[in-house]
Design a protein around this ligand. Structure first.
Ligand code: UGA
Length: 322
C-alpha cells in the first residue's frame, strides 16, 4: 500500500510517516522545507525516515507538480499547512498560499487519481472561534473565526465538502488541538518557552497564564490518525469531521511550571494581555472519534512535557553539530 503524506518534514507529518512505515506501508512524502522555523529540524526529521520512504521537495501550492505525485497512492494524509494562530496577522498571504491554494491542489490530486480511496486532512481547533460552547463538539456552528488562520482552516473544510458533493471524494477532516511533543514545532509556546528558559531570556505569558488549552500529546494524535486511517468513510458519510484533542484543558501556568521543573531553571516571565486572535480556553469533546475507533487520549501535560524536555535537551546538542 502507498500513502502520500504532505508536510512530511513537519511535526505531525513526520510522526505519521514514521507510524505508517512501521506498519510496512510505503510512504511518499512531500514538503517545501520552508524557513518558517529552523530548517535543520525539518531535515533531521526527514533523515530519520528510512526504508520505504521517498521524498519530493516541493510546495503543494505548485499544483502542476503535485498532480505528478498520485501514482498508486491509496490514501493521502494531508498535514502540510502554514500553522500558527498569531503569525497569520503578520504574514497572511502565506496562509492563502499553503492553506487555500495548497489544499485545493491536494483536492485536485485526489479528484483525478482513481486509486485514492481516502483523503485525511488537517483542520484546527481554532475553527471554533468565538461563541462556541465548551467542550467543543463537532456539531457547533464554528463559523466565527477569530484569526485568518482559523478562517483558512474553516475554508479547507468547506472546500473539502464541495469536492465530496461534486466528485464523491471520501474525506476525513481532523480538528487538531494544540499538539505537542518530541520533534515538535519551535513556534509553539511549549517549545519557544523551553528555548527562552534555557537561555535565561524572558517568556511572554498572556493574561498571567490563566489561558487554558487542550494540550494534546503527539502519541495520542498518531493513535487517532491511525484509527481514522483504519476506519475510512462509508458511502453514507463520505465527508466527516472529528475533533482530535485531549478532553483535558490545562493552564499555561502549568505548562511553564512543568518546563521549569524539567529544565531545572526558573522562567523570567513578562505578563501581557492576550492577543485578540487567541481564545481564552479550548477543550475538545472527543466522543465522535471515540465512537469511530475507540480513541482515548491518555497523556496528561504532566507526563508529556517531561518527555518533550528529555528530547529537547538532546536536540539542543545535536543541532549544534548540523
Ligand atoms: C496551536 C498551534 O500553533 C496551531 O497551529 C493549531 O492549529 C492550534 O494550536 C489549534 O489547536 O488549533 P495555540 O493553541 O495558540 O495554537 O498554541 P501555542 O502557540 O503553543 O499557545 C499555547 C498557549 O500559550 C496559548 O494559550 C497562548 O495564548 C499561550 N501563549 C503563547 C502565551 O501565553 N505566550 C506566548 O508567547 C505564546
Amino acid at each position: 500500500m502507498r500513502v502520500l503524506v504532505t508536510g512530511a518534514a513537519g511535526f505531525i507529518g513526520y510522526h505519521v510517516a514514521q507510524a505508517l512505515l512501521a506498519r510496512g506501508i510505503e510512504v511518499v512524502g512531500v514538503d517545501d522545507l520552508n524557513p518558517y522555523y529552523d530548517v535543520r529540524l525539518k531535515q533531521a526529521r526527514l533523515a530519520r525516515l528510512g526504508a520505504g520512504f521517498t521524498f519530493h521537495h516541493l510546495n503543494i501550492a505548485e499544483h502542476e507538480a503535485v498532480m505528478r505525485l498520485g501514482d498508486g497512492v491509496e490514501v493521502i494524509v494531508h498535514v502540510a499547512a502554514q500553522a500558527g494562530v498569531r503569525y497569520s496577522l503578520e504574514n497572511p498571504f502565506a496562509y492563502a498560499t499553503s492553506n487555500l491554494t495548497g489544499h485545493l491542489s491536494i483536492l485536485e490530486l485526489a479528484r483525478h487519481t482513481p486509486s485514492v480511496k481516502h483523503l485525511i486532512y488537517a483542520s484546527s481547533s481554532s475553527v471554533y472561534g468565538t461563541g462556541s460552547t465548551l467542550p467543543y463538539a463537532e456539531s457547533e456552528r464554528a463559523d466565527r473565526p477569530s484569526s485568518l488562520y482559523a478562517a483558512t482552516k474553516k475554508a479547507d473544510e468547506l472546500m473539502s465538502a464541495s469536492y465530496t458533493h461534486l466528485f464523491g471524494l471520501k474525506q476525513t477532516g481532523l480538528r487538531f488541538f494544540t499538539v505537542y511533543g518530541p520533534w515538535g514545532r519551535p513556534d509553539m509556546a511549549y517549545f519557544s518557552f523551553a528555548e527562552a528558559i534555557s537561555a535565561g531570556q524572558p517568556v511572554t505569558i498572556y493574561e498571567g497564564g490563566r489561558l487554558q488549552r487542550d494540550f494534546t500529546y503527539i502519541d495520542d494524535i498518531i493513535a487517532g490518525i491511525l484509527g481514522v486511517f483504519d476506519h475510512p468513510p462509508t458511502d453514507a458519510t463520505p465527508h466527516r469531521l472529528f475533533n482530535i484533542g485531549n478532553n483535558r484543558a490545562e493552564y499555561v501556568t502549568d505548562l511553564v511550571r512543568l518546563l521549569e521543573e524539567g529544565l531545572g531553571r526558573k522562567a523570567i516571565t513578562v505578563n501581557r494581555p492576550k492577543p485578540e486572535a487567541d481564545p481564552e480556553k479550548t477543550c475538545a469533546n472527543v466522543d465522535a472519534l471515540h465512537g469511530l475507533c475507540g480513541y482515548v487520549p491518555s497523556t496528561k501535560l504532566a507526563d508529556g512535557i517531561p518527555r518533550f524536555v528529555e528530547w529537547y535537551k538532546q536536540w539542543q546538542e545535536v543541532r549544534e553539530t548540523l
